[in-house]
Design a protein. Structure first.
Lengths: 311, 108
C-alpha cells in the first residue's frame, strides 16, 4: 500500500496529522485503538482509587485524592472527546460496552486494600501513565492529542508526587513501612506489565511506524524503571530490579513475565510465564472488572430507565 | 535582644525552589506568598492559596516548612494562611506567565 508507506515516511519526518483528511484507514484505526486504551485507562483508574479514599488519614489528603480522581476523569474526557471527533460513538463506547471489552490495564481490575496502596498506585501506576503519555506528548504525530497532553503531563506528575509523599511519610513508621513493602511487592511487577509485550516478540508496531508513540515497549519500561527503582530504594523499599553498570540498563531480578495469584495478589516468581499467557490473563480480566465498569455505567443506565418509564 | 531581620530576601529565594504540586511553578511565582518575617530563627510566612478548596494546602505548607528549615539559622516556621486579599491570576509573576504560555495554558 503506497499510501501507507508515504504517510509513515511523512510522519517520521515530522509531519503532524491534524484531521481525518491527513490519515489513511490504518492510521485512523491505530489512533482509535490507542485513544481507547488511554481513555479507558484514565477512567477505570478511578474505581480502584475510590475503594480506599475514605481511609484518607486527613481531610486534606482526602481532597487531594479526589482532585486526582477528577483529573483522571478529565483526562479520560480528553481521549473520548478526540475519539468523538474521529467519528466514534462515545455514548455507546462508554455506556453500552461489555466490561470485558474495556482496555484498561489488568492492574486496575483490583480493589485496593488500604490507603498505602493508593499511594503506591499513584507512585507506580501514575508513573507508568506519566511515562507512556509523556512519550506520546513528545513524539505523537497526531496534533490534537499532542497539544492536549501538555496539561495531562503536568497533572500526572502531581499524582506521582502525591504517591511519593504518601510512601515517604509511611516508611517512617515500621508498621506502615511493612504495608508499603507489601503493596510494592504486587504493584511493582504490575507496573512493569503496563508497557506490554517485550520488543523481541513484536514483529512490527503500527503505533511506532505511524509515530503515535516514539519509544518501544522495552524502552518505556526502562524509562519507568529508571525513576521507580531509585525512588523505592531511596526510602528503603525493596524492588525486584536493579541497575546493571555493564549494560547500563535496569535488570529485572525475577522471571518476567511470571504467574500471578489474583486471589491473594501475589506474584508466583517461581513460575515463569509466557507473554501469550499474560495476554490471556489480561483478556480474562481481573476480579473487579465487571463491578467497576458497571459502576461507571450505572448512572447512565438508571437515567435511561427513568426516561423510558416516563414515556 | 530581639533581632528582627530586615533582609528576608534569602527566604524568598529559598521558596523559589518550592513548586506548586501541579504545574512546576514556584509558590513565589504563583503569587501565594504575601509576607515573610524572621525573628530569632522563627520565620513567619503569610500566604494564601489559589482557592479555599485547594487540594494541596497541607502538602504545600509542608514543603514550605521543610525548605525553610533547611536554612541553618531557622528553627521554627509559622505559616499564617489568609484569604484577604484573595489570590487572582494577576498575582502570577511574569516568569510564571511565560512558562504557562509555553505549555499552552492560559494565565488570564
Amino acid at each position: 500500500m503506497e499510501n501507507a508507506a508515504l504517510l509513515k515516511e511523512k510522519v517520521q519526518e515530522g509531519f503532524m496529522v491534524e484531521g481525518m483528511e491527513d490519515m489513511n484507514e490504518e492510521y485512523l484505526k491505530a489512533l482509535k485503538q490507542t485513544l481507547t486504551i488511554v481513555g479507558d485507562t484514565e477512567l477505570l483508574s478511578v474505581p480502584p482509587l475510590l475503594t480506599v479514599y475514605d481511609q484518607a488519614p486527613t481531610l486534606n489528603n482526602k481532597i487531594t485524592a479526589l482532585a486526582i480522581m477528577q483529573d483522571e476523569i478529565g483526562h479520560a474526557h480528553i481521549a473520548y472527546r478526540l475519539l468523538k471527533d474521529l467519528g466514534e460513538d462515545t455514548e455507546e463506547l462508554l455506556y453500552n460496552r461489555e466490561p470485558n471489552r474495556w482496555k484498561n490495564p489488568y492492574a486496575f481490575d483490583f480493589e485496593l486494600s488500604n490507603w498505602i496502596e493508593l499511594g503506591v498506585f499513584n507512585a507506580l501506576f501514575d508513573r507508568a501513565g506519566y511515562t507512556l503519555l509523556g512519550d506520546a506528548g513528545e513524539h505523537t504525530s497526531y496534533g490534537p492529542w499532542r497539544r492536549a497532553l501538555v496539561k495531562v503531563d503536568k497533572e500526572e506528575l502531581f499524582h506521582l508526587r502525591n504517591g511519593e509523599i504518601i510512601m515517604k511519610s509511611a516508611v517512617k513508621d515500621p508498621e506502615l513501612k511493612k504495608k508499603v513493602q507489601e503493596a510494592v511487592d504486587w504493584m511493582f511487577i504490575m507496573g512493569l506489565e503496563f508497557f506490554g509485550v517485550a520488543d523481541n516478540l513484536k514483529s512490527r508496531s503500527q503505533q511506532i511506524e505511524y509515530k503515535l508513540k516514539g519509544r518501544t515497549n522495552d524502552e518505556l519500561r526502562q524509562k519507568w524503571l529508571s525513576t521507580a527503582v531509585p525512588f523505592c530504594e531511596s526510602i528503603g523499599i525493596k524492588v525486584p530490579a536493579h541497575y546493571d553498570e555493564a549494560t547500563e540498563k535496569f535488570v529485572i531480578d525475577v522471571p518476567f513475565p511470571c504467574k500471578f495469584d489474583a486471589e491473594n495478589k501475589k506474584w508466583l516468581t517461581d513460575q515463569p510465564d509466557t507473554w501469550e499467557n499474560v495476554i490471556k490473563r489480561f483478556k480474562s480480566r481481573g476480579p473487579q472488572n465487571q463491578q467497576f465498569v458497571e459502576r461507571i455505567q450505572q448512572g447512565a443506565k438508571e437515567l435511561e430507565k427513568l426516561r423510558n418509564e416516563a414515556v | 535582644m530581639t533581632a528582627v531581620s530586615t533582609d528576608t530576601q534569602k527566604y524568598w529565594n529559598a521558596l523559589k525552589e518550592v513548586m506548586d504540586p501541579e504545574f512546576p511553578i514556584s509558590v513565589v511565582d504563583m503569587g501565594l506568598i504575601y509576607d515573610i518575617q524572621e525573628t530569632n530563627g522563627a520565620v513567619n510566612v503569610t500566604m494564601t492559596f489559589t482557592a479555599v478548596g485547594c487540594a494541596c494546602t497541607e502538602w504545600i505548607k509542608g514543603d514550605i516548612e521543610n525548605r525553610l528549615l533547611e536554612e541553618q539559622e531557622v528553627r521554627e516556621v509559622n505559616i499564617e494562611v489568609v484569604w484577604d486579599p484573595p489570590w487572582t491570576v494577576d498575582r502570577l509573576s511574569e516568569e510564571a506567565r511565560e512558562r504557562m504560555k509555553n505549555w499552552g495554558v492560559s494565565s488570564r
